[in-house]
Write a new protein. Structure first.
Length: 507
């Protein structure tokens, strides 16, 4: 009897052609295209069959569903033909939220992207000579201003002697000691190249400097970043041979020195990014590794991961090395991300001695990993803001610099507008974090909107917010939904107000 009843319900479902031929659907087929309309009808009918099979639809419920078939098809059409990548409101308080696209771009960067994308550009064209140019000159000139302005390099008698002897970089490739001597002179002039992310930057640098040779790295720095990408895996792809030294919690400069052989091509330091080791620990200092690199004639490379050009100590965050800190200390090559602490687009940045950077630029991998004109446009605008000391133009830096009191004032004003009898709003102390693997133990004090709604659990409430247009992403703690306005643009407050006011009335 049950199977017979199901068969009766299935027979009530119209065919795809019958639905498309209906007057209510003809306008949809004309607006969206017949093929798209047919696909939408098939999806809707398949959904009805599943609901019949699962027992969710009886005869009366099915009749009601069929009466709204045109509406369901139009909704499916809009959903299938709309963008999957959507803007949203980040109310989590995580400034560099990897899942939410990391650093948002400033107005100048967006405008420069728009202008560059809508027309032809001098991406690889020298306007002065009329000849072919290099795409990385558009940002290297700005990096030079930022990284060379007050950086103090080191010039030893051995370095100067190497140059006086007329040795070339090509000759130096076969002898690490000579290469290092040339490198230390050239590091007075720091250059930068751009690839598509920091993993690519590490790959290119290792392949250029250590293909077929050994790279010494502390066992405690063999990190895994998001998406299960591991430093040893990147190193293997580069052609370099990993030489682990020390232990997970303790690695001394002597461990590096004892591991150096005639096959050693590079000393590598990796910022741990998303975790810290505490307790019984020891780590060779940058100064010790720089001294060792000079003594043994081997380049020192540091993978910073986030890589700040902004002094984080000014906002109370210490212990997070910046790009200038590493270069000033004498590190030969530094790799870092564009869309983390720098506050620009996704990119992998390699800064260091001009001769080493020149070698990377001539590596065929550089072309495979290069970025397009839109990334250069966004990065150029971001760097110009740094050069002009206009830190408020960079949203990431602006969010970092917001005070607890300023966030609290916004939260109180918003709370006064959204509170309803069914929606309870409290203002509580909380913590924002940088995210993106930067300074994992550092926090920024903030003030939070803590929400509870009658008739909804915290998980249900946060899901409702997520379904809003634009979606509002919050976090749940101790049965409350928490909104941190540090990562919410002021112009988005109205959308939060509208969403929460609607929830308060509907329950």
């Amino acid at each position: 009897m049950k199977n017979a009843a199901l068969s009766d319900l299935y027979r009530k479902l119209p065919s795809v052609n019958e639905v498309i031929a209906a007057a209510a659907l003809s306008s949809l087929a004309a607006s969206y295209g017949r093929d798209s309309a047919v696909d939408a009808v098939r999806v809707v009918l398949a959904r009805l069959r599943e609901e019949i099979t699962s027992g969710l639809l009886d005869e009366s419920a099915l009749e009601l569903a069929l009466s709204g078939l045109a509406v369901a098809v139009e909704k499916q059409l809009r959903q299938s033909l709309s963008y999957s990548l959507r803007p949203l409101i980040n109310a989590t308080g995580v400034i560099l939220h990897t899942n939410l696209g990391r650093a948002p771009l400033g107005d100048a960067a967006i405008q420069h992207i728009r202008e560059t994308a809508a027309s032809y550009s001098n991406l690889e064209f020298d306007l002065d000579t009329g000849a072919r140019g290099k795409r990385d000159v558009h940002v290297d000139r700005l990096f030079r201003k930022l990284l060379n302005s007050d950086w103090v390099g080191t010039e030893s008698p051995a370095n100067a002697a190497a140059l006086r002897a007329g040795e070339t970089a090509e000759a130096a490739v076969s002898t690490p000691a000579t290469l290092s001597a040339l490198t230390q002179v050239s590091t007075r002039a720091v250059s930068t190249i751009v690839v598509n992310n920091n993993a690519a930057a590490v790959l290119l640098a290792l392949n250029t400097l250590a293909d077929g040779g050994e790279v010494i790295v502390s066992r405690g720095e063999l990190v895994e970043i998001g998406g299960s990408f591991r430093i040893p895996d990147v190193m293997a792809k580069s052609g370099a041979i990993l030489r682990e030294v020390g232990t997970t919690n303790r690695t001394r400069a002597a461990d590096y020195e004892q591991a150096i052989t005639d096959r050693t091509r590079l000393l590598l330091r990796v910022h741990r990014s998303n975790f810290e080791i505490t307790g019984f620990t020891e780590q060779a200092s940058t100064a010790e590794l720089v001294a060792l690199a000079r003594k043994r004639g081997i380049p020192l490379m540091e993978d910073l991961g986030s890589g700040a050009l902004f002094d984080l100590r000014s906002i109370g965050i210490s212990g997070e090395p910046g790009v200038l800190d590493s270069l000033r200390a004498g590190v030969d090559i530094v790799t870092y991300s564009g869309d983390k602490l720098l506050g620009g687009p996704q990119a992998g940045l390699i800064s260091g001695g001009s001769e080493l950077i020149r070698r990377m630029r001539s590596n065929s991998l550089f072309r495979a990993l290069r970025v397009d004109k839109l990334i250069y446009a966004a990065l150029e605008a971001t760097l110009l803001a740094y050069v002009q000391h206009d830190h408020d133009e960079i949203p990431t830096l602006r969010m970092m610099r917001l005070t607890k009191d300023a966030i609290g004032e916004r939260a109180e004003a918003l709370a006064a507008r959204i509170a309803t009898p069914k929606l309870r709003v409290e203002i509580v102390d909380g913590e924002s974090i940088l995210g993106g693997g930067a300074a994992p133990s550092s926090i920024l004090p903030t003030r939070l909107l803590a929400l509870t709604c009658e008739g909804l659990s915290a998980d249900e409430l946060v899901a409702r917010l997520r379904s809003w247009d634009p979606p509002i992403i919050a976090r749940v703690d101790e049965g409350r939904v928490l909104l941190d306005l540090r990562t919410v643009f002021p112009e988005q407050d109205a959308a939060i107000e509208k969403s929460l006011a609607t929830l308060g009335r509907d329950q």
